[in-house]
Design a protein around this ligand. Structure first.
Ligand SMILES: *[C@@H]1O[C@H](CO)[C@@H](O)[C@H](O)[C@H]1NC(C)=O
Ligand SMILES: *[C@@H]1O[C@H](CO)[C@@H](O)[C@H](O)[C@H]1NC(C)=O
Ligand SMILES: *[C@@H]1O[C@H](CO)[C@@H](O)[C@H](O)[C@H]1NC(C)=O
Ligand SMILES: *[C@@H]1O[C@H](CO)[C@@H](O)[C@H](O)[C@H]1NC(C)=O
Ligand SMILES: *[C@@H]1O[C@H](CO)[C@@H](O)[C@H](O)[C@H]1NC(C)=O
Length: 783
């Protein structure tokens, strides 16, 4: 193990409860796809959905769990739709009638299952109704300093995230909002579960830290503190105290100031944030001695370590402090934890350390964390790391705002930050996310609930509507960030396609529906290979395809974060690029001469879309001329190649996908795709049937030359790959098959057509597109 890996951690992002979690590696391993089951009992409202909407508005029958043919068209939206207070009132009635959706249990993201309805009155344009709906809106914060200063905190407690005026308003808001009701109940359920568990057990995870311990402690403390403030039952205070004592006890970590593991500073950040919340939210309950203990812990194990880290940043190669380069989750999480700790103890501690920390963390976070979002709204690390970055960013912004009356530009200094909700939404497919690169560690206190804060701040009600249905919505931050005056459906008028064009993060998402969990989803990426905090893969042109509720082309995710030099470098000769899951051969890419991509690649992309947007109905029929395509010039990523363009497009009303590679290379080529399917190649070698459960997808080479043959193989390294570092092995990829198409050197146009065998679609309904060079693709080039 190399100590240079000490700044990251490992394990499944979904934790040991995840069905794909492997106890031996800690990572997700693909598993056979189970039959789609829905978890109606999880929330217990679905019957209500059908009955009440059908009764009140008419026209809703069935759900996605049943077949579409069961849905009945109801009364269309009244053309004299109400406005103002009437609209707000109707929105509130509808929200209560519809209730909270259940979530699927068989996708990694437990995606919500939307009721099947063509009654567009049930779902309208996303809107906030604050002025029309005062009874259901948050009151204005009485603390409105004319000249906010980062060291001038509000007079009352709590000062972090949820000031008193919000706690006072909350019960009435809960009473009128099904989401707040469900989240409140879930938080109490979770708090009770943690209450009955022993305090978090110290676990130094190889060389990588105690980040799981820190995030789990923080998650619990948030729930306990919330439960106390909602009940005044001091058993929650006592349980919080036990958790606080635990992580500073002699049994926990080092017997000195490094107890919270500053060599992996994320751990310090998360522990400091946890102690800050406990100190601030339960302030009135602590004795002076307890306050003093919490304050000293924050200072000794948190803020002092921050001062040391900042002073030594020249020596810290992992330097989260380097504002100009570390614009990923590290900067957000570390600066946020120190900021929350400092704000919590400001004025109670006279040493000046809180002021000193704040003078450092804010400029650093403004320069780096706030710039983790690129000009297209993407998170610069990976799709999965967006969660860690935005959780830190949202907590820091909300803490500064509540404590001092300003976020000092955390939200707005990067003028593209407001787009980041689109990045999150479009990256989620009907099966699971387009999660390129590393997946990240266990989540615990990390969620997507920054979507609530961003939705309100940037005026994007669709972010709020999208997140409130997700499985990770119930937690204390949501109770205060959610604007209950929101109404409508996020999918109403939401384009099916989005193209992200920043040179660092170019990617495309194209789909056939936002609400049908069996929809088609095709996503593909290019972008620079370096500049992602060493979380990227060598994955130019890599893609995923979902259809019929199943992922057909997928990714392998993280390698073992503890592997030697996994994070040390992303240079061409980096050790990282020796591991199968990070190599080009471990992606869904074209290879020339079985070589890794050139890390200097600078792709260019083009795209177009019919601009199709879904309506308010959840039952959406795609117009037959609706299409989208994305092409990339990827030559700069390849040696021995004089030209290379890859294009992906949707065909036949978004029921089929064409992937085309126009390439000239002086060495043999190999097209690769990873799938969980069982693959049978036909006798001609030019088409193959992929089967997952009872679903099938047929892939076919169009206009093949005689050398183009489909074959299959294991998801393992080539026998002639350069060797791994001594003692290292690749993770296994059980259940995954690689579909390969080998081609001789020369000029080739490899056209692979993917035909998901949709229920009710006859062979004659599939289209065979014309052969058009990728460079000549247009919206109508394949009609
Ligand atoms: C929050 O949930 C708890 C536990 O279910 C319940 O006792 C309490 O009444 C709820 N609070 C409000 C304001 O509804
Ligand atoms: C919180 O409770 C919900 C509902 O029971 C459950 O699904 C979820 O896994 C719990 N969360 C944690 C972190 O235990
Ligand atoms: C808790 O105590 C506070 C302060 O006395 C009071 O305002 C609040 O109503 C109490 N809450 C509950 C749920 O009893
Ligand atoms: C703190 O203690 C750990 C072992 O418990 C030791 O490795 C480390 O060097 C000590 N650090 C300092 C600053 O004394
Ligand atoms: C295999 O299935 C799992 C679970 O749905 C998914 O996360 C993974 O991406 C799939 N792998 C491939 C290669 O499609």
């Amino acid at each position: 193990m190399s100590s240079t890996n000490a700044y990251h951690d490992e394990a499944s992002p979904y934790g040991s409860g995840d069905p794909y979690y492997s106890a031996s590696t800690g990572y997700i391993t693909p598993a056979p796809v189970k039959n789609r089951t829905t978890n109606w009992l999880r929330i217990g409202l679905p019957v209500l959905i059908v009955v009440i909407i059908a009764g009140v508005i008419g026209g809703v029958v069935g759900t996605h769990a049943s077949s579409k043919s069961a849905s009945v068209s109801g009364g269309a939206a009244d053309s004299n739709s109400p406005t103002g207070e009437a609209a707000a009132s109707q929105a509130a009635v509808l929200k209560n009638a519809i209730g909270v959706y259940p979530t699927a249990t068989d996708s990694l993201y437990m995606l919500p299952i939307y009721p099947s309805t063509t009654n567009s009155a049930a779902f309208s344009q996303p809107t906030f109704h604050p002025s029309d709906n005062k009874a259901l809106a948050w009151p204005k914060d009485p603390f409105q300093p004319a000249n906010p200063s980062i060291t001038a905190v509000r007079p009352d407690r709590p000062r972090l995230i949820a000031p008193t005026y919000k706690w006072q308003a909350l019960p009435a808001l809960i009473a009128n909002d099904p989401y707040l009701q469900q989240w409140n109940a879930t938080i109490f359920g979770n708090a009770t579960q943690y209450y009955n568990s022993p305090p978090v057990k110290y676990f130094m995870d190889g060389p990588s830290g105690i980040l799981d311990n820190a995030r789990e402690t923080k998650m619990r403390i948030k729930a306990f503190s919330y439960a106390y403030r909602m009940t005044n039952d001091t058993k929650w205070v006592d349980r919080t105290w036990a958790e606080l004592q635990n992580a500073i006890s002699p049994d926990f970590g080092a017997q000195n100031d490094t107890k919270w593991n500053p060599s992996h500073f994320l751990d310090v950040g998360e522990f400091t944030a946890a102690y800050a919340i406990a100190y601030d939210w339960l302030y009135d309950q602590w004795t002076d001695d307890q306050k003093s203990t919490i304050r000293s812990s924050i200072i000794q194990y948190g803020l002092n370590q921050g001062i040391i880290a900042i002073a030594n940043s020249n020596n810290a190669w992992w330097g989260w402090w380097y504002a100009d380069t570390i614009n990923g989750n590290w900067n957000c999480v570390c600066n946020n934890g120190l900021t929350m700790g400092a704000l919590a103890i400001l004025n109670d501690d006279q040493s000046g350390i809180a002021e000193q920390i704040l003078s450092k963390t804010l400029p650093s976070a403004l320069a780096a964390c706030a710039n983790g979002v690129t000009s297209d709204g993407s998170w610069s690390e990976t799709h999965a790391y967006w969660h860690f970055g935005t959780t830190g960013h949202a907590e820091m912004s909300a803490s500064l705002l509540s404590a001092t009356g300003s976020d000092y530009g955390m939200l707005d200094s990067n003028k593209y930050f407001g787009l980041t909700g689109l990045f999150h939404m479009h990256g989620s497919g009907p099966g699971t996310a387009f999660m390129w690169g590393d997946h990240g560690p266990n989540r615990f206190s990390t969620t997507a609930n920054g979507m609530f804060l961003y939705g309100s701040h940037f005026g994007h009600p669709e972010y709020v509507l999208h997140q409130r249905d997700q499985h990770d919505a119930p937690e204390p931050w949501s109770m205060f960030w959610y604007d209950p005056t929101v109404s409508g459906a996020y999918w109403d008028n939401m384009p099916l396609d989005h193209f992200f064009d920043d040179p660092l993060t170019q990617w495309a998402a194209m789909r056939s529906s936002w609400t049908d969990e069996t929809a088609l989803f095709a996503a593909i990426k290019a972008g620079k290979l370096v500049g992602h905090q060493t979380h990227n893969d060598l994955d130019l042109g890599s893609f995923v395809i979902d259809a019929m509720g199943t992922r057909w082309a997928g990714e392998l995710g993280s390698g073992d974060y503890r592997s030697a030099d996994y994070f040390t470098s992303d240079d061409q000769n980096a050790v990282r690029w020796l591991y199968y899951r990070k190599r080009t051969e471990g992606q869904n890419c074209m290879m020339v001469n079985k070589q890794n991509h050139l890390v200097t690649a600078a792709p260019t992309v083009q795209h177009d879309s019919s601009g199709t947007a879904q309506g308010s109905s959840t039952v959406f029929t795609v117009p037959s001329d609706s299409t989208a395509f994305w092409t990339a010039d990827l030559k700069s990523g390849y040696a021995d190649t004089t030209s290379y363009q890859r294009g992906m497009r949707l065909l036949n009303g978004r029921k089929q996908v064409l992937l085309q590679d126009d390439i000239t290379a002086s060495q043999p080529m190999m097209w690769r795709m990873h799938t969980n399917a069982t693959v049978s190649v036909d006798g001609s070698g030019t088409s193959a049937t992929l089967a997952i459960g009872d679903k099938k997808l047929i892939m076919q080479i169009l206009n093949p030359t005689s050398d183009m043959k489909i074959s299959t193989g294991p998801a393992t390294r080539f026998s002639d790959d350069p060797a791994l570092p001594a003692g290292e092995t690749d993770q296994e990829n059980p259940g995954v098959t690689v579909v390969m198409i080998n081609m001789d050197a020369g000029t080739k146009s490899l056209q692979v057509l993917f035909n998901p065998q949709w229920p009710g679609m006859a062979q004659g309904d599939f289209k065979t597109p014309p052969s058009v060079p990728v460079g000549s693709w247009s919206l109508r080039s394949h009609d």
